[in-house]
Design a protein around this ligand. Structure first.
Ligand SMILES: [Zn+2]
Length: 270
């Protein structure tokens, strides 16, 4: 999620106001750009992994999709002939063209309350990438905002793949190789200790071209991760698996354009 630093700052009122202003500017830019780019689909049908965040947590900003819109998007994709498969099937290359997968970053509680009932009804597999410190309760997002470990287990019991999204959502570009290794190792160890789940996939926080390093890739391989998910398509870091970001602005036309590749060279953060 993009504005963690602003949300977590408990400092001066002026600084908070400045943070909100930045968020609004970024939000407006995103809405305009996606609307403009949606006019030109770029690809023939292929496989695609969708990256969602929350489904019914308005505080998650541009990354939040309402449950009604989420269900509408899934039904639209099914009606258009897409077939949903586990993300690992696309990442591993065993899914054919015309396949889609659903993933969620940040471990937000509304994945269980807002998204999971819809996914279960439509029999759609999915993966959830949790931030281990946040699921341990170390966050400032408010009670009930983040999945606790029992809720993570409930999602796993539904068949969801559980992966890591780091210890506390840093930008890996800013970390030393040692710090990156610590994020990768400690989050995997915590997920195993709290749930018994062996997390083999890692979703890169922020997930775009400037948010990762070769040293982090090496540390991820040493730690035992087999799949690194980006949050970008053509602009992703080398060696990562592409994902298509879905935003709160994505009505039917923009969502279809995203499935057609209209945003495959687009980067969310700036
Ligand atoms: Zn994230």
């Amino acid at each position: 999620m993009p504005f963690t630093r602003n949300w977590l700052s408990s400092g001066k009122r002026a600084a908070r106001r400045a943070g909100v202003t930045r968020a609004c500017v970024a939000s407006a830019r995103m809405c305009c750009e996606r609307t403009a780019l949606a006019v030109r689909p770029r690809h023939a049908v292929r496989s695609r992994i969708l990256c969602y965040h929350s489904v019914g947590t308005p505080g998650w900003g541009v990354n939040d999709v309402t449950p009604a819109r989420f269900e509408r998007q899934l039904r639209l994709a099914l009606a258009d002939g897409w077939r949903f498969v586990p993300p690992a099937a696309i990442a591993g290359g065993s899914a054919g063209p015309g396949t889609l997968a659903v993933t969620f970053d940040d471990g937000v509680a509304s994945v269980l309350t807002g998204a999971a009932p819809i996914l279960r009804e439509l029999n759609i597999p999915f993966a959830v990438f949790v931030v281990s410190d946040w699921s341990d309760g170390n966050h400032a997002f408010g009670e009930g905002t983040i999945l606790g470990w029992r809720e993570v287990e409930a999602l796993a019991a539904m068949g969801a793949e559980i992966g890591s999204h780091s210890v506390n959502h840093p930008n890996f570009r800013d970390l030393s190789p040692g710090e990156a290794a610590e994020q990768l190792e400690a989050s995997r160890e915590t997920i195993a200790a709290r749930t018994g789940i062996d997390a083999r996939s890692f979703a890169i926080p922020f997930g775009q071209s400037g948010n990762w390093t070769f040293a982090a890739s090496e540390a991820a391989a040493r730690t035992g991760y087999t799949t690194l998910y980006a949050q970008a398509e053509e602009t992703r870091f080398p060696g990562t698996v592409p994902r298509t970001f879905v935003t709160r602005f994505d009505g039917d036309r923009i969502f279809r354009a995203a499935l057609g590749g209209a945003f495959d060279r687009w980067e969310e953060w700036f």
